[in-house]
Design a binder for this molecule. Structure first.
Ligand code: LRH
Ligand code: MN
Ligand code: MN
Length: 424
């Protein structure tokens, strides 16, 4: 972890400016009837999970260019996640991917305790073959034509539940690569029925207090059809399985220009929103940093989430899911967690009574202007004060760079070269 006195020194130097900015913003918000300290308390309570796979340098199918100090195993990954949380106070949990992060549950729990972290949803992986695995997923997993392959994939998911149970997780996220590359290759109806059968077997193994998150994605790795291709199919799955099944929305898994905030509203309305994999995209499942391409869209998603606060049973899970190809992954995750938190706080600023009145009166211009007031407000002083009040860093990237953490771990973790492609 980073020396606490370094963070304290950094914060002391930035404090006078922050205090002035916070006071000015507080005055402006008070004119709108908003109490800045209440908003800061909301920011302090906000958390988004970090994906264990995000702290290693990502890659495309063409190449991967690893940086210095790449994590060697799940324990190194947890160390990096601990640093992100120490500096942001916004990432209290980690989402594991099995078998990438397979380790003794007791050791995982001990390490997480030491770092002050918890575990978020477990992610199963039947989109790759793992060493020693008897049957291949080349032609699918939960929807495979061969019952034995389907049973192997179901057993893997149940194994993920068991690991998750031992480390305090409360949800399983399933994303499959199943689909087809050619028209006619697969029978759409029979393939989906096989998927549902397998998903039912996994659902039956869920502990009472667990949730099942299914994640849709339009295409890739299958390029003609995908079994769980959109939120409609995802909703059908959740409805078929039962109350513990919900639909996960990965922001990068839709066609360009799709109105994702509206999908979110629909899923909330029918009690089926699981939560998110936050990232940003320009063309496809680009896995770019959250808020880096279209921060307004992220804000509009949070506008729906804040609007739904208080709905019974509404508790969406927030996770990041990104591939960091050209940045230090720790820096990208710090920046992304902050962007997600920023969109949340900006959405809290929307005058909902006024918005609702403009909607009822069909005053389109005033409705959209009222909404945009939140997005136009620079809430950085609130985010920085939230971090300061939780002993994190006022400027987390600056503190991280000054700490020399990357250089230090690079001496402990051997350099690796990256030639092949791959998503992690
Ligand atoms: C699939 C996906 C899914 C996987 C992760 C590595 O594109 O978004 O969530 O688990 O990437
Ligand atoms: Mn995802
Ligand atoms: Mn994805």
């Amino acid at each position: 972890m980073i020396d606490a006195s370094l963070i304290a020194d950094e914060n002391a130097a930035r404090r006078p400016e922050l205090d002035r900015d916070y006071e000015t913003l507080g005055e402006r918000l008070a004119r709108r009837g908003l109490d800045i300290d209440t908003l800061t308390a909301r920011a302090m309570a906000f958390g988004v999970a970090v994906p264990s796979w995000g702290v290693g340098t990502g890659g495309t199918r063409f190449a991967r260019f690893p940086g210095p100090g790449e994590p060697r195993n799940v324990f190194d990954k947890l160390d990096d996640c601990g640093v992100i949380h120490q500096l942001t106070a916004a990432t209290p949990t980690v989402s594991l991917h099995i078998p990438w992060d397979r380790a003794s549950p007791a050791d995982l729990s001990a390490k997480a305790d030491q770092l002050g972290l918890g575990f978020d949803a477990m992610n199963s992986n039947t989109f790759q073959d793992s060493p020693g695995q008897p049957l291949s997923y080349k032609f699918g997993s939960l929807s495979h034509t061969d019952r034995a392959v389907r049973e192997q994939a179901v057993a893997h998911n149940i194994d993920c539940i068991e690991i998750g149970r031992a480390i305090g997780s409360k949800a399983l996220t399933i994303w499959i690569g199943d689909g087809s590359n050619f028209p006619g290759q697969s029978h759409f109806v029979r393939q989906f029925d096989r998927y549902l059968d397998s998903a039912r077997a996994i659902y039956a193994a869920l502990p009472d207090d667990w949730k099942l998150f299914t994640e849709h994605k339009m295409y890739e790795p299958a390029f003609y059809s995908t079994v769980v291709q959109d939120w409609g199919t995802n909703y059908l799955i959740a409805r078929e399985l039962g109350d513990k099944a919900h639909c996960l929305v990965d922001l990068g898994h839709h066609a360009p220009n799709v109105n994702i905030e509206m999908i979110v509203a629909r899923l909330i309305r029918f009690g089926k929103l699981a939560g998110f994999h936050f990232n940003d995209s320009k063309y496809g499942d680009d896995d770019l940093d959250a808020g880096s391409i279209d921060p307004y869209r992220l804000f509009l998603v949070f506008n729906e989430l804040v609007d739904a606060e208080g709905t019974p049973g509404f508790a969406p899970a927030y996770m990041i899911d990104q591939s960091h190809n050209v940045t230090d992954p720790i820096e990208s995750l710090i920046a992304s967690a902050t962007e997600v938190q920023r969109a949340f706080v900006q959405a809290l600023l929307v005058d909902r009574a006024a918005l609702s009145a403009h909607q009822e009166a069909n005053d389109a211009l005033m409705a959209t202007t009222t909404l945009k007031v939140g997005f136009r407000t620079d809430v950085e002083p609130i985010l920085a004060m939230a971090r300061l009040r939780k002993s994190a860093a006022v400027d987390p990237i600056a503190a991280y760079r000054r700490s020399g953490y990357r250089t230090r771990i690079a001496t402990e973790r051997p350099a690796i070269t990256g030639t092949g492609g791959g998503i992690v």
